[in-house]
Design a protein around this ligand. Structure first.
Ligand SMILES: [Fe+2]
Length: 178
């Protein structure tokens, strides 16, 4: 699998009356677990996702202006995320290879979900890209997200899987480029 693919479902992603003000923003990088998908996803995307037949869960990330995440691997079985980011005019995702013999540290997000953290001297950058619109990204190798905007926070809806799936096969009709 490549590190990222731009995708297009040709549907509204976010529900029309999404209450962004209900989710905390602030000075740190935050993870919100979205328990009711209807709170954020449009009815048409909920219908569409159900046809994929994958047990999905949803996170909403907030990245403050000029903020960046740790270099990390997410601890969910799928190993990928369908991300949809807004709010920041300049955000970059980076992927890394692991230097031989490097052992990550296990840490928790603000939503108490575990992930594995690498220091910058344990990895080497292999790719980076600006993330715009809907994007399938790899989360099973070290990666980080940087919000370079100094005046706006970055929100990112992240649709993920609880199980291993061949997501490329399922999404191939919707991949527009990489
Ligand atoms: Fe991640």
């Amino acid at each position: 699998m490549d590190n990222y693919y731009l995708i297009d479902f040709n549907k509204n992603i976010i529900v029309e009356n999404f209450k962004q003000e209900n989710y905390v923003s602030g000075t740190g990088w935050l993870t919100h677990k979205i328990l009711n998908k209807e709170d954020i996803l449009s009815p048409e995307i909920i219908d569409f996702l159900s046809t994929l037949d994958i047990p999905l869960f949803i996170n909403l990330f907030y990245g403050p202006p000029a903020g960046l995440t740790y270099i990390h691997i997410d601890n969910h079985a799928g190993g990928w995320a369908i991300n949809y980011a807004w709010g920041s005019s300049n955000s970059i995702m980076k992927w890394y290879s692991i230097k031989k013999g490097s052992t990550p540290k296990r840490v928790l997000t603000t939503a108490n979900t575990p992930y594995f953290f690498y220091t910058s001297d344990q990895v080497e950058i292999i790719e980076e890209t600006e993330i715009k619109g809907l994007c399938l990204v790899r989360t099973d190798i070290p990666h980080s997200v940087h919000n370079y905007s100094t005046d706006s926070g970055r929100w990112c809806l992240s649709i993920r899987s609880l199980v291993k799936t061949n997501i490329l096969e399922k999404l191939s009709p919707y991949i527009i480029s990489r």
